[in-house]
Design a protein around this ligand. Structure first.
Ligand code: ZN
Ligand code: FE
Length: 258
């Protein structure tokens, strides 16, 4: 049985979460999606850790903004999506769908999850029940479709949804409260969602982070994982429709939700 990964949340920019991941046997330390080098360095110093790796999920500046500064300072290895290698500053190791990336004594399985961007990937540490999914799956939400189709995103989310329910979902933003307000409009009969929305309001009122959540919670309450649920289809006026159509409608409504 492998020792647990140590995972620390590092808030950055407006609402980003970067994740420091330490593998205790090797002492390797990765940061997932470093938006900004400054809070990463502060967190490393606080823990007396040295950065060895950067794991990128996609190319957006709020995910790779710290790559080059951190590489210059720590000479760390940058791992990122092969399908998007040209857009990942300083990339050393290119990984794609189905690859296993060995991180010290831990292993991450890589999923290709296009939709938010055309090259987005996610890292799943199966033995540690940890999923780093960038801007693909959020607590009660999903990423905007900047470069992909609803069909691609639904397929990507379906891949992640199939992981074990105890999986912890380490997404890259604290968007949960506004996601919850929207979710209630497209899944109004969902009691688990109502209860969760209330809990989230209480947490945010006390400035408590809502990430990570578990995949089991997301399956029960995240409308973007529930496009094949009759209640959601009904609520958006698409009872009996194909889940891709329902998903597209839910995503479109979210885009214009205020
Ligand atoms: Zn993004
Ligand atoms: Fe982002």
């Amino acid at each position: 049985m492998s020792q647990r990964l140590q995972i620390e949340r590092v808030p950055a920019l407006q609402d980003n979460y970067l994740w420091l991941v330490r593998e205790p046997r090797s002492g390797f330390v990765a940061v997932v999606d470093p938006a900004d080098p400054v809070p990463v360095k502060a967190a490393l110093q606080r823990n007396e850790w040295t950065l060895t790796h950067i794991l990128n999920t996609h190319h957006h500046p709020d995910h790779v903004g710290g790559n080059l500064a951190l590489k210059q300072e720590f000479n760390c290895t940058i791992v990122g999506p092969a399908p998007d290698a040209t857009r990942i500053p300083g990339i050393d190791v290119k990984v794609g769908d189905g690859d296993t990336y060995r991180f010290g004594e831990a292993e991450a399985k890589v999923f290709f999850v296009p939709g938010h961007t055309r090259g987005h990937i996610a890292y799943w540490f199966a033995d540690h029940a940890a999923l780093f999914c960038g801007d693909t799956l959020f607590a009660l939400g999903c990423g905007r479709l900047f470069e992909g189709t609803p069909e691609q995103m639904w397929r990507s989310l379906s891949t992640l949804r199939a992981l074990p329910p105890e999986t912890e979902v380490y997404c890259a933003h604290e968007y949960t409260q506004s996601n919850a307000r929207f979710a209630l409009t497209v899944d109004p009969q969902n009691q688990a969602l109502k209860a969760r929305a209330q809990q989230i309001d209480e947490m945010r009122a006390r400035n408590i982070p809502t990430v990570p959540s578990t995949l089991g919670e997301e399956k029960r309450t995240n409308p973007f994982l529930r496009a094949d649920d009759p209640g959601v289809a009904q609520a958006v006026g698409l009872a009996g429709a194909d889940p891709v159509k329902v998903f597209a409608e839910v995503r479109a409504r979210k885009d214009s939700f205020r």
